[in-house]
Ligand binder design. Sequence first.
Ligand code: MN3
Length: 193
Amino acid sequence: MKYTLPRLPYAYDALEPYIDAKTMEIHHTKHHQAYIDKLNTALDKYPALAEQPLDGLLKNLDSLKVDEADRTAIRNHGGGHVNHTLFWTLMDPKNKKDDKLIADINTTFGSVEEFKKQFTDVAAKVFGSGWAWLARDEQDKLHMHGLPNQDSPYLHGHTPIIGLDVWEHAYYLKYQNKRPDYITAWWNVLKLI
Ligand code: MN3
């Protein structure tokens, strides 16, 4: 099975003025597509792995019987594919508040405001390219991570819930070097909490 680019469930300009249409279009059609193409190339040699769910490959990355270069490619480009696939759905303007998630955030962090403050700090401090994550462990407990590159919380056995892409390609056209302004604006497109 070859991975293909999922359709964006809203228009490229749907997140204006917080995320501009040009950034969304390039991010979706160029960056995300490139992760998919390179993932497919890496999996060409392993047809059995190509049929397995990608989250499972990432959770068991260390035990996959693959060349080291392909393990790295699955980590980077498989991560890139699952991360961006989630990212697009998180920002869907049609999303409604998730009451269970809000209740769990209140339990874990005290309040949604406090969670946003801590998550903003994690996102601001990711050095270079990476993501800020809220993820659930196998006991359903919430954890916050700042992870480099396209590393997925699945690598740590956690299921990603909220992810914020802080690679420059996610914001540079509109925000240039001002990552904090992008993070502040991004909360406006996250309707889940
Ligand atoms: Mn990206």
